[in-house]
Design a protein around this ligand. Sequence first.
Ligand code: HEM
Ligand code: MTE
Ligand code: MO
Length: 478
Amino acid sequence: TSALPVYTLEEVTKHCSLDNGVWVTYKGEVYDITAFVAMHPGGDKILLAAGGSLEPYWALYAVHEQDHVFEILSEYKIGVLNTESIKKQESVNTLDPYSAEPTRHPALRINSLKPFNAEPPSSILSDNYITPSVIFFKRNHLPVPRVDPETYRLEIEGLPGGVVSLTLNELKSCFPKHTITATLQCAGNRRSEMNTVKQVKGLNWGIAAISNATWSGALLRDVLLHYGFGPEVAAKAQHVQFEGLDKDVTGTAYGASIPLNKAVSEDGDVLLAYEMNGEDLPPDHGYPVRVVVPGIVGARNVKWLGKIVVSEEESKSHWQQNDYKGFSPGTDWDTVDFKSAPAIQELPIQSAITHPAEGTSVDASDGEVTVKGYAWSGGGREVVRVDVSIDGGKTWHVAKLRTGDKGQQAPPPPPGKAWAWTLWEIDVPLPHRAQELEIVCKAVDSSYNMQPDTVAPIWNLRGVLSNAWHRVKVKVNE
Ligand code: HEM
Ligand code: MTE
Ligand code: MO
């Protein structure tokens, strides 16, 4: 049996500051983490738990559920709690900020449960031109906030008339309803391929952190102009910031910003969307209102939108300043200076193979292999060509492009407004006696931007902007 001292909650509670020492409890054990506070990768948020239990905080930041975190903690163990104290803590320790999460479709491949991050199986991703909302990839940084549409208000700051507060009904009835089809892609889409070069930090997304939907709502441009946006504001302001209603334990909301030009341009098509695929936004996708910034990285498409600020500055949020930026393969966590790189906005040209799947096989007797996938580029640049190879890139074939559901080819988008993805397909004859195929795809956009052939030269510590040629190996059955 252990000879460790036994403490009461009262004793632990006294150690709630750097001056008196920082004690915390975890699963009935007591830790003096004073010396660790300055080393904590998550900064001084750790002090929120000072003098009490870690459980309710770690429930919010699942990043702690890893062996290396538990190992660090174990170094600071000084004792155990008495049974009475453990009982007292029970209710707070089982508090689950994720108890009000919506039900999700069982087909989703879960990347992290709390917060919820999931992508559809790639085999069904390209079955529909418009991704059904239930399998649309979901990327949440925090618990899903449940918003009452009656009390919901959208605040707008930074316009000459002062702060505006809009109800959901006002947003829906005072501004024309505008519908666009737009693809959202997470900056971390295809991150798992970067891990094969060298480990990166982030969710291990496959190729399906991308989806396509129709979005309806008021144009941000219309709303800003209505409330007094004009040349005087434009002379000073350069950014439009968005704040979500999802908050972390410190009360900090998810936030991001986009360039003002994109927000107010007639061709920007930035929406304050209240519908997705013809229905109210689902809770996971931002109910009741989200920003849809077509052509721009997913991270700026702020969900559960609570506030818009027209400003001289970019959003101060962690996700605008210290995340979602690209770096050289030579930059590591010891040398990275987030201030030195611009926030990702428009994404580069992208494509991937959704069929056949890696490791499957095709029959030689079929004489050909059907290859399918998606392609998309940021900034409204149209996908003009997709090249497919089945011999690892030695010879190439041009795929058929599709911009609508089967039999409903949409007219080409106006130049610079290709917000939606292109699905592609091709039947490639099988070479005589091939035993294995290395299927490769690469896309070209209207600016003749192309994808890099390999991952290593674009590797970056955060694993974003992963858009190398996509490769899938399959066997050929005799
Ligand atoms: C990240 C340890 C308490 C908030 C981390 C990481 C470690 C760590 C090792 C990096 C994990 C990784 O990326 O692999 C600890 C220990 C704690 C503690 C040993 C207690 C003794 C807390 C508390 C909070 C918190 C109480 C919040 C109230 C965070 C956040 C991150 C983080 C937000 C993510 C930082 C980022 O990704 O940039 N923590 N933590 N931590 N921690 Fe803690
Ligand atoms: N908005 C809020 N309020 N909170 C979030 O966590 N995640 C962002 C963005 N908007 C996020 C958010 C990221 S990183 C992405 S990729 C997209 O939402 C994902 O949108 P989706 O879940 O509708 O696919
Ligand atoms: Mo994202």
